[in-house]
Design a protein around this ligand. Structure first.
Ligand code: GTB
Length: 218
């Protein structure tokens, strides 16, 4: 019998189980395709040990292992999964290329200023430049969100149907909740809610919450 894929995640995620770390997008994708998986939880020290560095050269999560293949980078993992599963990447070559373009847009255009913003919130709060830098980053985020919102328009998803591009973008946008930025773009708030409302997302988040609760109790 084939072994189920193994995904790595934080043993104690700093977000306390809100699913903001990048393993959730991999779990969500696996739920979308109906592929059972197991999650190996790592603490920060284990992530930098040789065993994990052999899987991930930068000592991070997530990683994915299945059938002799080991991958790191959430985008590469989703691309790999999507190649065999039209629910993530359409079969039509042009539609597939457009879905992949949104995956890249998510990680290389939309995510960087959002990640910087949330990192600064945690690490730079006490610095003299914090306020000024946050405003600058918020401005960059707003500019990207405005364009994204225009493109989404009244649509449910960025292309004809849900793809891994939406999965990646919703995952990236979730991190903005409660910061008073995405709230100015009701179309994007609804887009994120649509993604979060998918049963596959709900299953992935519930599993991660259960792990976080167990880690807190243990
Ligand atoms: N480009 C890689 C990918 O997409 O897979 C980036 C992977 C990455 O940043 N991994 C982070 C990590 O392992 C976890 S997701 N960090 C530990 C380290 O570098 O030592 C980033 C993250 C962490 C925590 C929260 N949070 O608690 O809200 C959100 C996001």
């Amino acid at each position: 019998m084939a072994k189920v894929p193994v995904v790595t995640g934080f043993r104690r995620s700093p977000d306390g189980g809100r699913g903001l770390a990048r393993d959730l997008r991999v779990r969500w994708a696996l739920e979308e395709i109906g592929q059972p998986y197991v999650v190996e939880l790592l603490d920060f020290a284990e992530m930098k040990e040789a065993r994990h560095l052999a899987r991930h050269p930068f000592g991070q999560i997530p990683t994915y292992e299945a059938e002799g293949l080991t991958l790191f980078e959430s985008g590469a993992i989703l691309l790999h999964l999507g190649q065999a599963h039209p629910v993530l990447l359409p079969v039509d070559p042009a539609a597939r290329a457009r879905a992949v373009q949104w995956m890249f847009a998510a990680v290389s255009t939309v995510e960087p200023p959002i990640f910087e913003f949330s990192l600064a919130t945690v690490l730079e709060r006490d610095t003299p430049w914090f306020q000024e830098r946050q405003e600058m980053l918020a401005g960059r985020i707003r500019a990207v969100l405005g364009r994204l919102s225009d493109r989404l328009g009244q649509g449910d998803w960025l292309e004809a149907g849900f793809t891994a591009g939406d999965l990646m973008l919703v995952s990236v946008l979730r991190r903005l909740a409660g910061h008073g930025i995405i709230e100015d773009f009701p179309g994007l708030v609804a887009y994120v809610a649509r993604g979060e409302g998918r049963p596959a997302f709900q299953r992935a988040l519930a599993a991660q919450r259960a792990e976080a609760d167990a880690a807190q109790a243990g």
